[in-house]
Design a protein around this ligand. Structure first.
Ligand SMILES: O=C(O)CCC(=O)C(=O)O
Ligand SMILES: [Fe+2]
Length: 329
C-alpha cells in the first residue's frame, strides 16, 4: 500500500491504486507539493471549499464546522463516506496529506468497498440486494443525487456511494439494512495515523474514508483528482463473487414483482399454450403453418427420434406445400 513516490514516481502510485484502490505516500509537506502530485496523476477537480489551486485546507474552524455538510471543518469524527456523494459523478480519486498532526486522535480511516461487498454476498445477500436497489438513497439533500449504496455498472462490476449524516435519506427497505451495512463497514475499517508530510490517495468509487475525532490543531490538505486515462484506474470494482439470486421463499413481499404474462392465444396459463414441448403428446389442435414452423424449431431432433409434435408439424408443412420429401433412389 505504501509507495515511495520520490523513488518510484507517479506510475507506481497509479498502478497501486489501479490494483488495490488505495496507496499511502510521504514527503509531501504543503499544499503546493500535494497539487504537484495531483497534477502528475490527472486533473485536479475544484471543490466548493478549495482555493484556486484546487486544494482544500481542513482544520477545526469552530462554528463553521457545525453546519450541515461542513463537518470536515470541525474536530469531530467523520464516519465512513464517499466524497461528494451528492453529485452524479463524484470525483474519481481523493488525495490528502497531513500538514500538522493532531495532539490526540485524528486517525484516518479507510474501508475497501470491495471487501464490504464480498462480506455481504456471504453474510447478508438480502441486505446487498436492498442496498443495490436503484433510487433507494437520496444523497446530498433535495438538489442531490438519487442512487444506491452499491451501483451495478457493467459486466458484474460495482461502485460504492455512501454517507450517513443529515444529507442522506434512505428508502425504508435500504434503511432496514443500514445497521447490517454499518457492521460490515466496521469489520473492514482500517485506521492509521498520518504524521505531518504523509498522505494517502484512494479510489473514491471503491474505498470509503473518514477520520476519528481529535484535539489540537490538525491540518489536512485535500484534493480531488480525475486521473489520466493512461493510468487505467477503474471507476468501479469487480466483486469476488456475484450477488446470489434472491431466494423467493425467504424474500419479503416488497421484493416480489408480479407481472402478467399472456401467450399468443390470450391465456395466461402456461398449460393452455398451444405448442407443446412434450414429444409424447399430440398438439391439442392441428397446428397452423406458423405454429408448425415453431414446433420444428422446438423439436430439432434427428429424423429417427419418435416425436409426435414434430410428426404433426411435418404433416402440416407437407400439406401446405412447404416440404417436399426426398424420394429414395
Ligand atoms: O480530515 C480528514 O482526514 C478527512 C476529511 C474528509 O474526509 C472530508 O472533509 O470529506
Ligand atoms: Fe471526505
Amino acid at each position: 500500500m505504501y509507495v515511495d513516490i520520490h523513488r518510484h514516481g507517479t506510475e507506481t502510485l497509479a498502478a497501486t491504486l489501479a490494483s488495490g484502490g488505495i496507496a499511502t505516500f510521504d514527503g509531501i509537506s504543503d499544499q503546493a507539493g500535494l497539487a504537484r502530485l495531483g497534477n502528475s496523476l490527472g486533473v485536479i477537480v475544484a471543490h466548493r471549499d478549495s482555493g484556486t489551486d484546487g486544494v482544500t485546507t481542513l482544520a477545526d474552524l469552530g462554528q463553521v464546522g457545525t453546519q450541515p455538510g461542513y463537518a470536515g471543518f470541525s474536530n469531530r469524527a467523520l464516519p465512513a463516506h464517499t466524497d461528494r456523494s451528492g453529485v452524479a459523478r463524484p470525483p474519481h480519486l481523493l488525495m490528502v496529506a497531513c500538514g500538522h498532526e493532531a495532539a490526540t486522535g485524528g486517525e484516518c480511516i479507510a474501508i475497501d468497498g470491495k471487501a464490504v461487498y464480498d462480506d455481504l454476498t456471504k453474510s447478508a445477500p438480502d441486505a446487498l440486494r436492498a442496498l443495490s436497489h436503484p433510487r433507494s438513497v437520496l444523497f446530498g439533500g433535495a438538489a442531490g443525487y438519487l442512487g444506491s449504496v452499491f451501483e451495478h455498472t457493467t459486466s458484474g462490476r460495482v461502485r460504492i456511494r455512501f454517507r450517513l449524516d443529515e444529507l442522506a435519506q434512505y428508502a425504508p427497505e435500504a434503511l432496514h439494512w443500514l445497521p447490517t451495512l454499518v457492521e460490515a463497514i466496521e469489520r473492514h475499517t482500517m485506521a492509521f495515523t498520518l504524521p505531518a508530510g504523509h498522505g494517502y490517495v484512494i479510489n473514491n468509487h471503491r474505498f470509503l474514508h473518514g477520520r476519528r475525532a481529535f484535539t489540537g490543531s490538525r491540518i489536512i490538505y485535500r484534493i480531488s483528482v480525475d486521473p489520466f486515462n493512461r493510468y487505467r484506474i477503474p471507476t468501479d470494482f469487480a466483486p469476488t463473487r456475484p450477488l446470489p439470486a434472491a431466494d423467493h421463499a425467504n424474500s419479503c413481499e416488497s421484493d416480489t414483482v408480479r407481472v402478467r404474462i399472456a401467450f399468443e392465444n390470450g391465456s395466461d396459463d402456461p398449460n393452455h399454450y398451444p405448442y407443446y414441448d412434450d414429444c409424447e403428446r399430440e398438439p391439442h389442435s392441428t397446428p397452423t403453418v406458423s405454429e408448425a414452423h415453431q414446433l420444428m424449431q422446438i423439436h430439432l431432433h434427428p429424423d429417427d427420434r419418435p416425436c409426435r409434435q414434430r410428426r404433426a408439424a411435418l404433416r402440416v408443412l407437407e400439406q401446405a406445400g412447404h416440404l417436399r420429401r426426398r424420394v429414395p433412389n
